[in-house]
Design a protein around this ligand. Structure first.
Ligand code: 5CA
Length: 465
């Protein structure tokens, strides 16, 4: 069902696994449930750790942006104009200055940073925040994928002395996101967006795209080189070593709830979620198989194993007695718990336990004394397996195409294009698909499919969310 009817599968999982309640009566807004929040926390922890290791510091700016700030950079506001929610009244009183709900935070952050930066000694400055942002999306909204309230918007903003330093920061941001997506086993392709699809106000945009089970691509991260486009209108200047003043060079980059959508969509299967150990609220669930006469000895062993493992793993022991073992198995499989330990009366007598791993749906018996080593290896192997499986799916769905009429929906098509906007636009018109942009890590000699000019550029084309 995941393959045949992805949307329905996805919405069902959100509900059944307890991630989101999608019944909130405002379009594009959803409710995070306790289990979903736990997964979200695990993901946030990883990105924070990576950003901090790369010298970024966390800040928190207000949600409301005064209209004159939002309008300072003209391309930016032109790009976002139709997506902004406005606060116009306080109670019954009309506000003198309209306030925007941030669609992203450049125009909230930059006027204040202009007060912080004085000299070259203040640079580089690298900050980030994890906040909600609001975008009045007009395309079909979907939970976690196209939101009107993006609840988990991680945006980083960096400030530099020179253009070269900003360029180097773009490269570092690419490395940051590679680390992040590798850690959560989400495969990606990195594309430089065509000019017409760059972030409003940026010089250029680099995107991470993944592929969903229905063959559509999803933009899961973007990195923008802003040059001095914002520092000029926002007057972010620094004093150089020689005493002259110069506007700073900037980058910004972000990810959203789409990261969690990808984890669900790419790793999950028809039984439900499949979570990586690092992202799972519990890495192991113990299920004692309880019969009246052997109740005590089974529980004793279950608690003994629980105590043995609790320092090393996030572990849960399911003691519900009004549920059958079978329904507990089903329940935790739906929730994607990587490993389940089953303990029945015979296992106690034989000095073994039964271990089940969710990603391969495999059950093995392990001797008590081998348990810890087996679990350790298995956790690593689950990560490896999920990562390989996800990359394999992506690679199988990338096709090299040599004729326009062979470009297919449901795949990521790689074609030779010269890079002129007119040729890219032609492809979009002809195929109804989207030009994701130029592959930044791949070149191949060929001829532009449209104008036949020689080129070594590879462009990616797909139907996208
Ligand atoms: N300020 C910049 C860098 S943070 C910015 O806003 N970039 S963005 O517009 O490209 O958004 C960053 C990422 O948020 C996108 O790459 C995309 O993965 C995600 N995103 C954008 N719009 C939505 C939406 N409506 N719902 C969910 N995720 C979204």
């Amino acid at each position: 069902m995941k393959r045949e009817n992805f949307s329905e599968w996805f919405n069902q999982i959100l509900e059944k696994a307890g991630i989101l309640d999608i019944r909130y009566p405002v379009k594009g807004l959803y409710v995070w449930l306790p289990y979903g929040m736990k997964i979200r926390e695990c993901v946030i922890k990883i990105i924070k750790e990576i950003l901090e290791n790369h010298g970024h510091e966390e800040v928190l700016f207000p949600l409301l942006i005064p209209e004159d700030f939002l309008r300072k950079e003209s391309e930016h506001i032109r790009g976002f104009e139709e997506q902004v929610y406005w606060v116009t009244r306080g109670g019954s009183k009309e506000l003198n200055v309209k306030l925007a709900l941030r669609p992203t935070s450049e125009t909230a952050i930059y006027p204040i940073v202009s007060l912080w930066i004085k000299s070259h000694k203040d640079l580089p400055l690298k900050i980030y925040q994890i906040v909600n942002v609001f975008r009045y999306e007009t395309k079909h909204t979907r939970p976690l994928i196209r939101l009107r309230e993006i609840t988990t918007f991680k945006e980083a903003h960096t400030f530099h002395r020179t253009f070269e330093e900003a360029e180097a920061q773009v490269k570092e941001a690419i490395e940051i996101y590679k680390k992040f997506f590798d850690r959560i086993a989400i495969p990606y392709l990195i594309n430089k967006r065509p000019d017409w699809d760059k972030f409003p106000g940026a010089i250029y945009t680099i995107a991470f795209d993944t592929i969903f089970p229905d063959g559509k691509s999803l933009q899961i991260a973007t990195i923008h080189n802003l040059g001095q486009n914002f520092s000029k209108p926002f007057n972010i200047k620094y004093e150089k070593v020689d005493g002259n003043f110069e506007y700073v060079y900037q980058t910004c980059y972000g990810i959203s709830d789409r990261v969690i959508a990808s984890i669900i969509a790419i790793h999950g299967d028809d039984r439900g979620l499949i979570l990586l150990p690092e992202i799972s609220p519990y890495q192991i669930v113990i299920i004692p198989i309880i019969y009246k006469e052997s109740r005590q000895k089974v529980l004793n062993k279950a608690w003994k194993i629980y105590n043995l493992l609790k320092e090393k793993y996030k572990i849960y022991i399911d003691l519900r007695e009004d549920e059958t073992p079978g329904s507990k198995f089903y329940y935790w499989e739906m929730k994607g718990i990587p490993i389940r330990i089953e303990i029945g009366p015979r296992d106690v007598d034989e000095g073994v336990v039964t271990i089940f791993r969710r990603d391969k749906m495999e059950r093995i018996k392990v001797r008590d004394e081998d348990l810890e080593n087996t679990l350790k290896d298995m956790m690593n192997d689950i990560y490896k397996n999920l990562r390989e499986r996800a990359w394999k799916f992506l690679e199988e769905n990338v096709v090299r195409i040599f004729r326009i009429e062979d470009i297919r929906e449901g795949y990521i098509n790689e074609i030779s294009l010269c890079g002129k906007d007119s040729c890219g636009r032609y492809i979009e018109e002809k195929t109804g698909l989207r030009v994701l942009g130029e592959a930044i890590e791949k070149k191949e000699d060929g001829y532009c499919l449209v104008c036949k000019e020689r080129t070594d550029k590879i462009y990616r084309v797909a139907k996208s969310y």
